[in-house]
Ligand binder design. Structure first.
Ligand code: NAP
Length: 251
């Protein structure tokens, strides 16, 4: 069970997309442990989302799970509006929902392209537009990119890398748009992180580990800690930039 410790996010309301597992679940738990009321979205894993919500509630927090396919712009907008409506506003948006897509350029299909760009790029655009209708000064927009947006060490990553790189320019652009409103935008680039998407005991894990300086995968909590830092008072002056949390992969 998570305990509510420092309370730096007391009174804040957060929405984490893709909060049913992995980095998103760890982020929802961490933000709640710091005092935020948290909504999280899911698509395929309602039980896992309910488990995250239950854990937060058992620790004395407020949480809510919402079904919303990130590939569906209307569902994304509705989830943002419902989160803000039911929890009473929105201070922190974490754009995390995503999936891995692998294939060399002449193997990839147009359908893979459309889905990947819809989930990793269009959903972020739509969620930010929806969130801004509820967010005031002090608002935080934090998106989850990838170290593969910065450096691509292997073949087969072009589409995934392209979709995550798009968030670099978007984050810089909205930081300029929203700075005058007191809202920040930042991007977190995880490296290899031990989740169901990329298990630390998976077939390619040793090769990924070998690229790190620290010789290990990140835990989802490693990434959540950086997201919480950006969401809290310590992140107030961090905007229009990316924070890489990759154990040295891009060093
Ligand atoms: P994960 O354990 O597979 O979790 C992915 C989460 O995203 C789940 O909660 C899943 O929800 C949700 N999701 C996926 N597609 C969705 C959709 N269409 N609509 C709504 N929710 C959707 O993966 P993870 O490793 O935590 O990945 C989280 C983010 O980190 C992703 O953006 C990923 O690209 C990025 N990332 C991961 C790594 C890594 O090594 N793990 C490295 C760099 C970046 P449901 O199961 O409910 O559908």
């Amino acid at each position: 069970m998570e305990s509510r410790s420092s309370g730096v996010l007391e009174g804040k309301i957060a929405l984490v997309t893709g909060g049913s597992k992995g980095i998103g679940a760890a982020t929802a738990r961490r933000l709640a442990a710091e005092g935020a009321a948290v909504a999280l979205t899911y698509r395929d894993s309602p039980e896992r989302a309910a488990e995250v919500v239950r854990g937060i509630q058992e620790a004395g927090g407020r949480a809510l799970a919402l079904s919303a396919d990130a590939a569906d712009p209307r569902a994304v907008t509705e989830a943002v509006d419902r989160a803000a409506g039911e929890l009473g506003g929105l201070d922190v948006l974490v754009n995390n929902a995503g999936m891995f897509v692998f294939g060399e350029i002449d193997e990839l299909t147009l359908e893979q392209y459309e889905t990947t760009m819809a989930v990793h790029v269009r959903a972020v655009f739509v969620a930010v537009q929806a969130a801004l209708r509820h967010m005031g000064p002090g608002g935080r927009i934090i998106s989850v990119g990838s170290s593969l947006a910065e450096r691509v060490p292997d073949p087969g990553n072009s589409l995934y890398s392209m979709s995550k790189s798009a968030l670099v320019g978007f984050t810089k652009g909205i930081a300029r748009d929203l700075g005058p409103r007191g809202i920040t935008a930042a991007l977190v680039h995880p490296g290899s992180t031990d989740t169901e998407m990329n298990p630390a005991d998976g077939p390619g894990a040793d090769a990924e580990r070998a690229l790190t300086a620290l010789g290990r995968y990140a835990t989802p909590e490693d990434i959540a800690a950086t997201i919480a830092h950006l969401a809290g008072p310590a992140g107030a002056y961090i905007t229009g930039t990316s924070v890489t949390v990759d154990g040295g992969v891009t060093a």
